[in-house]
Write a protein that binds this ligand. Structure first.
Ligand SMILES: Cc1cc2nc3c(=O)[nH]c(=O)nc-3n(C[C@H](O)[C@H](O)[C@H](O)COP(=O)(O)OP(=O)(O)OC[C@H]3O[C@@H](n4cnc5c(N)ncnc54)[C@H](O)[C@@H]3O)c2cc1C
Length: 186
């Protein structure tokens, strides 16, 4: 079993849209690489989704390809004109997608430029370098657990935000199969 995000659900057609990262390290990544029309996939859930109320002044998002679907959903549902900045780490410019949002959304793409997924400090540096206008905002970071750990430390110990104003979620961990994000430590 692996966790994936419902990118879009159309109950009329019906279809359920999932964006898979294609990689050859694990069974899900490999399955997606060779998936063809007619292949079957068993789905269950959701086990429980965290929904953050859209009440904040501003939002900062930090994501890699695995959390980009969740980020896409989130910015798509933000109130008009809310200020949001998304830092997104991807392999290169070919992996960039268009994000739709009614919010005043700024997107900064961070390219790995040949480095392996889950091995850079780009997201952590971006969040640390982001100037927060006040403390009435929300920061969400998700991606490879080790890479985003410094973000958790920064938000918990240095940024000055209340605990209700941020969440950091390890979506996968380098060299770990079937990483349990519910058990993400720290
Ligand atoms: C709430 C939640 C939502 C998620 N939504 C999505 C989503 O919408 N789309 C999506 O693609 N992923 C998503 N993920 C991440 C996905 O569950 C993991 O990447 C998962 O490990 C993939 O399973 P696997 O069988 O391919 O690899 P595993 O068997 O889990 O791991 C085998 C090896 O592959 C490596 N690995 C795992 N993922 C990657 C990767 N992305 N790139 C490079 N190496 C990797 C591991 O480090 C390990 O060494 C989500 C995770 C969570 C917790």
């Amino acid at each position: 079993m692996r966790d994936y995000t419902i990118r879009e659900l159309n109950r009329v057609e019906p279809f359920l849209d999932i964006d898979f990262v294609l990689h050859d390290h694990g069974i899900a990544g490999r399955w997606a690489q060779t998936a063809k029309r007619g292949d079957q996939l068993g789905c269950l859930g959701p086990r429980g989704s965290m929904v953050v109320k859209d009440v904040f002044d501003w939002y900062v998002f930090a994501a890699d390809e695995t959390s980009l679907p969740a980020l896409g959903r989130w910015v798509g549902e933000l109130r008009p004109e809310t200020s949001a900045h998304a830092y997104i780490e991807v392999a290169n410019a070919d992996a960039e997608i268009t994000l739709h949002s009614a919010a005043d959304l700024t997107v900064t793409w961070l390219h790995r430029d040949g480095a392996a997924a889950g091995t850079t400090t780009k997201l952590a540096e971006a969040v640390r370098g982001h100037e927060m206008p006040n403390l009435d905002g929300y920061v969400w970071a998700a991606g490879e657990a080790g890479s985003i750990k410094p973000i958790r430390h920064y938000l918990a110990d240095e940024a000055g935000l209340d605990r209700a104003n941020w969440d950091v979620d390890g979506y996968w961990r380098l060299n770990v199969s079937n990483f349990d994000h519910h058990g993400d430590e720290d």
